[in-house]
Write a protein that binds this ligand. Structure first.
Ligand SMILES: Nc1ncnc2c1ncn2[C@@H]1O[C@H](COP(=O)(O)OP(=O)(O)OP(=O)(O)O)[C@@H](O)[C@H]1O
Ligand SMILES: O=C(O)C[C@@H](O)[C@H](O)C(=O)CO
Length: 329
């Protein structure tokens, strides 16, 4: 497949989903109960991926809804300053709030996220706020699975997927499973399958594919045999510190190991991975190299405090690939 590189298009990729706030513990190695200070960053998986892509020099756009408040304005300014087109970042007019993610850093192995996502603006994106002419201008549409969790955002995303297909825009589905936004796993499995079957590239962790399959302990072989019966051409399955695999419809299998690093916290790994993986594909690198870019970017972000602000440059990724040993597992 051609992986979406299209210099004639205004955007290399457009992400759809949430742009929120992360409040990351400024004090490490303690539970949140004892954490008194937090540092504010833009967060939300698809926003992080857009920021990561823009940091790497990609032309990125974003479709989403932000609250009409100080947090919403902070997000819009940060993303716009990062070089992302925010013309389709709709400002909510119904009093919905910005999603907040408080992170706890107890140890490099023990990190957790406490989400405040009741009535969040991002899940109120409507179908009439998704514009065909905008989507036409992209090489790829990056869909976050969390945006399927509730209506009307669910239908807005399904419309974006339809429009992307109709206009030859590659669909990248990042499963991005956040349990607290869903009613139950059965419902998640239904909507994940609908979009995964229509995507060109699917990216997720092994656990997230289990959610899509509504099963436990699933195998990569079963996942690819199911999804390659549909539209996907590339399937990426991440296994945390044990590395990741990419499978192609033509039968190739690639594996990348994680790079050694001094881990501060584990969140942000998946978003930095996705942005660098897509950057590599869009700039014409082979899939094996794209996996290395993803792993390298993730190893940089897990060593830093934020998910968005910490996104690396191309030079940092390439330097790390050349010099840093991998974790053998
Ligand atoms: N402790 C680690 N050290 C170095 N690299 C790591 C570590 N953990 C994860 N990675 C890298 O990040 C990639 C993605 O990690 P993971 O499979 O945990 O994704 P994720 O669950 O989507 O991440 P997130 O925690 O952001 O949701 C891995 O394939 C690996 O390359
Ligand atoms: O995705 C979220 O809503 C929270 C993120 O911004 C956070 O930084 C994280 O979990 C990244 O994986």
């Amino acid at each position: 497949m051609s992986n979406g590189a299209n210099s004639a298009k205004k955007f290399d990729f457009i992400a759809i989903g949430r742009a929120c706030i992360d409040l990351n513990a400024a004090e490490y190695n303690r539970p949140m109960e004892e954490t008194m200070t937090f540092v504010k960053y833009v967060g939300g998986s698809p926003a992080n991926i857009a920021i990561g892509g823009a940091r790497l020099g990609l032309k990125a756009g974003f479709i989403g809804k932000i609250a009409d408040d100080q947090h919403g304005r902070f997000i819009e300014k940060y993303m716009s300053d990062a070089g992302i087109d925010t013309s389709q970042l709709v400002v909510d007019q119904e009093g919905h709030k910005t999603g907040l993610a408080f992170t706890e850093i107890k140890s490099p192995e023990e990190c957790s996220i406490l989400m405040y996502r009741d009535d969040v603006a991002d899940l109120y994106l409507r179908t009439d706020e998704v514009d065909e002419e905008y989507i036409q201008q992209a090489g790829m549409l990056l869909v976050s699975g969390t945006a399927l969790a509730q209506s009307p955002s669910r239908e807005a995303v399904l419309k974006a997927v339809q429009l992307a297909k109709r206009n030859g825009v590659k669909i990248v589905f990042e499963l991005d499973y956040r349990p607290y936004t869903w009613k139950n796993k059965e419902e998640t499995a239904v909507y994940y399958s609908i979009v995964a079957e229509q995507a060109d590239i699917v990216i997720g962790t092994r656990d997230e594919y289990d959610v899509m399959e509504n099963s436990e302990g699933g195998s990569n072989d079963n996942t690819i045999s199911y999804l390659f019966g549909h539209r996907p051409e590339i399937i990426v399955i991440k296994h945390g510190v044990e590395g990741s695999y990419a499978y192609t419809k033509s039968g190739e299998v690639f594996r990348a190991q994680a790079y050694k690093t001094k881990v501060l916290k584990t969140f942000g790994a998946g978003d930095s991975y996705a942005s660098a993986f897509l950057y590599a594909l869009i700039t014409g690198k082979d899939i094996g190299t794209a996996l290395k870019y993803g792993s390298a970017s993730a190893s940089i972000v897990v060593s830093k405090h934020s998910s968005s602000e910490a996104m690396p440059t191309v030079e940092e990724i390439e330097e790390l690939i050349s010099n840093q040993p991998v974790i053998h597992s």
